[in-house]
Write a new protein. Structure first.
Length: 436
């Protein structure tokens, strides 16, 4: 084992030995390298005459660039757009996002948690979660209604087994007893559970009520108190898009952070959907747990291991993308813009609910609970979802996503409000055409 990795492991174990045991074998081996990186950092600080360490090109004291490239980048010099960003991410952006987490999640106030490490989107964050915390052959529990890319990221690429817990109960709302049973079975098998909670959920568009969120935390705390190590990733891709009064407005990360030393909460979020910059690929991974001792050194060690995983895979996320996100968040119109876009999506969600309250649709499908995010799902009663999807696409030019034999996912996020009723009327028409 590299001495740097060993040193980080000792720091982690001294503050939270349970968290040290949760690390995967790769996670234990990870470190952030010195060498060129540390020497380059020293040179950046002290080489006032000539700095010949950085693997970029410079010209007349400035970052070298094509005019044809810079003509398409407004108000950001090449040094803030074309150069390499640190593997951790731009420091100012990391601090700004951490501060925003507390503003959006008041329960985090006064708690210790890591400085976010920048990822190349939340997909990359999920991959880092698997790399650091889950060994091949271990199981990660996911809801039966899940984002399909988890399978590629964790199962295919990482060799992780995927287990399922039921998302919804038969009487509406989350199936918390089903979740509890699945966790108990996993805990009995290994003494450790790896869980992903994705709220607002993709594909269903559901986020827990405050009461449901409290109960989830209680279930996980009970497991930890009984001796089970709990690694829980909060995939908060659609965080903030909560449309109903009873929906919990905080991430479960805020409730789980510091709850128990045997609960490690891993927050996966980003500007991707929160700030409507999907292609910029700016995400974050943040850690929170119970720490006995120096929390700063503990979290810095986890950040170094995570940055080492970034360095060993993609090197760093785009400097240009990070700079754009940071400048936007610092803008005087940022809060107003976020509210404007939220209001548009909330109005679409309300319109979907209004349209689907018409009883004439009830004979063709059931509506899964939804209250947040980009999506909602219907469960078809008699026709095959894939056949209906293709029929609607071929005959009416309507694109939907089929999931399994019975479910259709509708992304109302990309449907103008005045097209919502025509959309569901067309789906109903397609159902009747397939039934004849």
């Amino acid at each position: 084992m590299n001495p740097l990795a060993k040193e980080l492991n000792e720091i982690i174990a001294s503050a939270n030995p349970e968290a040290a045991r949760m690390l995967s074998e790769t996670g234990r081996q990870l470190f952030f390298p010195k060498g060129i990186l540390s020497q380059g950092a020293e040179a950046k600080e002290k080489a006032h005459y000539i700095n010949a360490t950085i693997g970029i090109a410079k010209e007349k004291g400035h970052t070298m660039a094509f005019d044809s490239v810079m003509a398409n980048i407004c108000d950001l010099p090449a040094s803030q757009s074309l150069t390499y960003a640190p593997s951790y991410g731009i420091p100012e952006l990391r601090r700004h996002w951490q501060q925003a987490l507390v503003e959006k999640n008041p329960s985090l106030a006064g708690k210790d948690f890591s400085l976010p490490v920048v990822t190349c989107g939340i997909t990359h964050g999920v991959s880092l979660f698997g790399t650091l915390w889950v060994d091949p052959g271990e199981t990660v529990l996911l809801p039966d209604m899940m984002w399909g890319n988890y399978n590629l990221i964790l199962s295919v690429m990482r060799g992780v087994s995927i287990g399922h817990y039921p998302l919804f109960s038969s009487d509406g709302g989350l199936d918390l007893r089903g979740l509890e049973r699945s966790l108990a079975e996993a805990a009995a098998e290994r003494g450790k559970v790896n869980l992903i909670l994705n709220f607002p959920n993709n594909p269903s568009g559901y986020a827990p009520t405050t009461a449901e969120g409290d109960e989830i935390c209680g279930i996980l705390l009970k497991l930890a108190e009984a001796g089970t190590r709990v690694v829980v990733a909060l995939d908060d891709s659609y965080f903030g898009l909560f449309y109903e009064p009873e929906t919990m407005k905080e991430s479960l990360f805020a409730r789980l952070c510091g709850l128990h030393p045997r609960i490690l909460a891993v927050k996966l979020d980003g500007a991707t959907k929160e700030n409507f910059v999907w292609g910029l690929r700016v995400g974050f991974i943040t850690y929170g747990t119970g720490v006995d001792g120096e929390a700063g050194a503990f979290y810095e060690a986890l950040e170094k291991k995570t940055a080492g995983a970034v360095r060993g895979s993609i090197s760093n996320a785009s400097h240009l993308s990070q700079s754009i996100v940071l400048k936007s968040m610092q803008s005087s119109v940022y809060a107003r813009e976020k509210k404007e876009k939220f209001d548009i999506l909330a109005a679409r969600a309300r319109r979907v609910r209004e349209v689907l309250s018409d009883e004439r649709y009830a004979d063709a499908w059931d509506v899964y609970p939804f209250n947040a995010g980009y999506f909602m799902c219907i469960r078809l009663k008699r026709v095959n979802a894939e056949k209906l999807r293709r029929h609607l696409l071929d005959k009416y030019g309507i694109g939907l996503i089929s999931i399994g034999e019975h479910n259709l996912r509708i992304a109302f996020s990309c449907v103008e409000e005045d097209l919502i009723k025509p959309l569901f009327d067309s789906i109903l028409k397609g159902v009747r055409e397939l039934e004849t």
